[in-house]
Design a protein around this ligand. Structure first.
Ligand SMILES: Cc1cc2nc3c(=O)[nH]c(=O)nc-3n(C[C@H](O)[C@H](O)[C@H](O)COP(=O)(O)OP(=O)(O)OC[C@H]3O[C@@H](n4cnc5c(N)ncnc54)[C@H](O)[C@@H]3O)c2cc1C
Length: 309
């Protein structure tokens, strides 16, 4: 089968999780990567280093120089007849793009794929991860977004020839959508999706009136900061920090939950973390049950002690 993988975009930069998409794509067949959007040239060069990639397409048309996925989905639509499977990452960018491209081809996308059983069957978690649905892919073209954390990255090759890069958007025209402004949040901490360690705060932080303790511990550990929905709803954390079913799905080496109960919707976003640590004053908190290390303590006492040590 022929696979078109859309290189991931993270706020205009190359998303290294593209290499995880290659691992997924190779399970179907020959992988071509499409590098487009801001910094397409750099994305193409990075993509060309990933082993196992057959071709890299580079699209530098001015209409594609922004995060305007409306224009990019039209380019994908032009390319769709040459491919059997079109794959994007389950990220803000991929989740915006792939359903649009699928709709143009009159297809239904399968989103949030966590495993590929064979070329005709994929797994996607549903009901906040409580059920794994096996989806049969009856006909091509197939449109998927894959959860990058569920696939190991194809390691970037240091030696060997990079994959050839071909410019493909000559003659492409679209003015459907224009990018006006881009206001990234000013956060110097690692992004929780790619951070090795994530410290997350929940409703238990409310008594402190801020997220200061969470941030202090995160900064001490060089960690990303996450939040439960309750913490976001309380105004303690911003929306983009929410982890869980309706937030972001993370898979860090270490996740530390401070004053987080561990509702199923939150667990859906952290179940791939390699080590879960919970600090909660309720010994029966569900997050304690899911944790490798559970400390029953008041966060306002335990975290300052941790910081001292
Ligand atoms: C459709 C749907 C989607 C949802 N999506 C998400 C999602 O994506 N992400 C998400 O997180 N939630 C989501 N939720 C909400 C979810 O059901 C929970 O309400 C939420 O996760 C609870 O957050 P919390 O555990 O931080 O807050 P609470 O439920 O308020 O729990 C606070 C915890 O802190 C502990 N605590 C309090 N004070 C202290 C202290 N001083 N020291 C130590 N521990 C303390 C308490 O014992 C308690 O366990 C969703 C809900 C629905 C219905």
């Amino acid at each position: 089968m022929k696979v078109l993988l859309i290189a991931g975009d993270r706020l205009g930069e190359y998303d290294p999780l593209t290499a995880n998409g290659v691992t997924a794509g190779l399970q179907f067949g020959e992988v071509t990567i499409l590098a487009a959007g801001p910094n397409a040239q750099n994305k193409a060069q990075q993509a060309a280093q990933i082993p196992g990639v057959n071709r890299v397409f580079l699209a530098t048309h001015p209409a594609l120089q922004s995060l305007a996925v409306e224009n990019l989905s039209l380019l994908i639509h032009h390319l769709t007849p040459s491919f059997d499977v079109i794959i994007g990452l389950t990220s803000t960018f991929g989740s915006d793009l792939i359903p649009r491209a699928a709709a143009l081809a009159n297809c239904s996308p399968v989103t949030g794929v966590s495993a590929i059983l064979d070329r005709h069957t994929v797994i996607r978690p549903i009901h906040a991860g409580a059920v794994l649905a096996a989806i049969s892919l009856a006909k091509t073209p197939i449109f998927l977004t894959i959860r990058p954390s569920a696939f190991i990255a194809a390691t970037t090759s240091q030696q060997g020839k990079p994959t050839p890069i071909t410019a493909i958007d000559q003659g492409f025209e679209s003015n459907l959508s224009q990018h006006i402004k881009h206001s990234p949040s000013t956060n110097s901490r690692p992004d929780p999706v790619s951070a090795r360690v994530v410290v997350a705060g929940g409703g238990g932080m409310h008594a402190g009136g801020s997220f200061e303790l969470v941030e202090k511990l995160a900064d001490r550990m060089g960690a990303g900061v996450g939040a439960s929905r309750t913490a976001v709803d309380m105004g303690l954390a911003s929306n983009d920090m929410q982890i869980g079913q309706t937030g972001r799905v993370i898979a860090p080496e270490i996740y530390i939950g401070l004053g987080i109960s561990g509702a199923i919707q939150h667990l859906a976003g952290i179940k791939d973390a390699r080590m879960i640590v919970s600090i909660n004053n309720d010994a029966n908190a569900p997050l304690h049950g899911a944790a490798d290390y559970a400390l029953t303590a008041d966060i306002f006492t335990a975290v300052p002690e941790l910081l001292k040590k």
